[in-house]
Design a protein around this ligand. Structure first.
Ligand code: GDP
Ligand code: MG
Length: 220
């Protein structure tokens, strides 16, 4: 079973913990969460007939002081950058979180931007188009959600996992194609070498025959 590490980052209060709680426990209750006191959650899903084990990491509140232990970000396959659609600053600060994740991951990471709390659309301060543009400019997926609405949250995790599997399959196909081409080229080279060898051998033979002929004519 393949394990996928997913991290949620973004400013304090944007709803990261509630998003995870809704996805894993199907409930919206931030008070209940503080009693859990853990920051790694597990959930299994099936994508394209493949069972994936999602390991979802939360920042457990340190983000308030910009003192997040960056070790928790390492070796992530998917990063979810969350902002609150009623809080412009939380959107502006996405770049900070993006850079921090980039700095802590050597391998490629799949990024998702999530504008959360869209049930509070009357207090909206970030237009959906702005979020979409940020995501597009940085080659990221985009979602709007409400941690109160399971469906909108499930879409994020399924959408991100599907994209991850798709990209991995593409990478595999490309690798296989490159390997095939490399082998074919090698074979071609081998053939060329063989041909050259045969030509040289024939040259050598012809030369010997000529020498013999010359000797013969010389002696008689
Ligand atoms: N209306 C609304 N409130 C939310 C939503 N998500 C989180 N909250 C509230 O926002 C506050 C911060 O949520 P929390 O998950 O602790 O944010 P975190 O600091 O990013 O983990 C809590 O009071 C939540 O009840 C949402 O989608 N809609
Ligand atoms: Mg939290």
């Amino acid at each position: 079973m393949e394990k996928i590490k997913i991290i949620l980052t973004g400013e304090s209060g944007v709803g990261k913990t509630c998003i995870i709680n809704q996805y894993v426990n199907q409930r919206f209750d931030s008070a209940y969460l503080t009693t859990i006191g853990t920051d790694k959650y597990l959930k299994e899903i099936t994508i394209k007939a493949k069972i994936l084990k999602l390991e979802i990491w939360d920042t457990a509140g340190q983000e308030r002081f910009r003192s997040v232990n960056t070790i928790f970000m390492k070796n992530s396959q998917i990063a979810i950058l969350v902002y609150d659609i009623t809080d412009k600053d939380s959107f502006k600060n996405l770049n900070y979180w993006y850079e921090t994740i980039k700095d802590n991951n050597k391998e490629k990471v799949l990024y998702c931007v999530v504008g959360n709390k869209n049930d509070r659309y009357e207090e909206r301060n970030v237009e959906e188009e702005e979020g979409k543009k940020f995501a597009k400019d940085n080659n990221m997926l985009f979602f709007e959600s409400s941690a109160m609405d399971f469906e909108s949250i499930e879409k994020i995790f399924i959408g991100a996992s599907e994209k991850y599997v798709e990209e991995k399959e593409k990478e595999k196909e490309l690798k296989a194609k490159n390997e095939k081409e490399r082998k074919e080229k090698e074979k071609e080279k081998e053939k060329e070498k063989e041909k050259e060898k045969n030509i040289n051998l024939n040259d050598e033979k012809n030369k010997k025959n000529n020498d013999n002929d010359n000797k013969k004519t010389g002696c008689c």
